[in-house]
Design a protein. Structure first.
Length: 177
């Protein structure tokens, strides 16, 4: 019986460690031959889309850490990989990077949490966990938070152009812990 309890303890610990794992990813969109990646504009601490060949190592970074939220299962934090104290935050309809330590209340922390939804292979949608149709929406190179009309909430069909402004691809770089 002691062996069974020990085995259950190790399995539980393994699942806890697995749940805590973070992933380093690149978030991007493609239109024809052009690939645009999510980047940080360090001058304004905002999220922007940049053509992949125009990213500058000292000004814009294109890797992000996806870290699961401990408080809300299913929610994640999007963290700048090279500025790992900077978390992506919703501020009305704008997207900005801030140090999560600046705000300590649980209500304020909710603005830093995101939900990644499957949108038909190979697409994802990134949304507010409390409002699943309030998504990161692109218009040209600008990214903002926007509520998507129910009629446009077409995710299962990759060929439907209604989903193009809020569907992205994700590429895993590595697992971290």
């Amino acid at each position: 019986m002691k062996t069974i309890y020990t085995l259950l303890l190790f399995l539980g610990f393994g699942m806890l460690v697995q749940a805590q794992d973070s992933k380093v990813v690149v978030l991007y969109t493609e239109q024809g031959d052009q690939k645009q990646v999510f980047n940080i504009d360090k001058a304004s601490n905002t999220l922007v889309l940049t053509e992949k060949d125009k990213t500058e190592q000292d000004g814009l970074f294109d890797a992000f850490i996806i870290k699961p939220s401990i408080e809300h299962p299913g929610a994640v934090y999007l963290i700048a990989a090279q500025e790992n104290q900077m978390f992506l935050k919703r501020n009305g309809d704008t997207l900005e990077f801030k140090d999560i330590q600046e705000e300590t209340s649980a209500v304020d922390r909710d603005d830093y949490e995101w939900e990644i939804q499957y949108s038909g292979f190979p697409w994802i949608t990134i949304s507010d966990p409390a409002k699943p149709r309030s998504v990161i929406y692109k218009e040209g190179n600008t990214l903002r938070v926007q509520e998507v009309a129910i009629a446009d909430w077409v995710l299962a069909n990759n060929n439907d152009p209604k989903g193009e402004p809020f569907r992205y691809k994700i590429k895993n770089i590595t697992n971290t812990f």
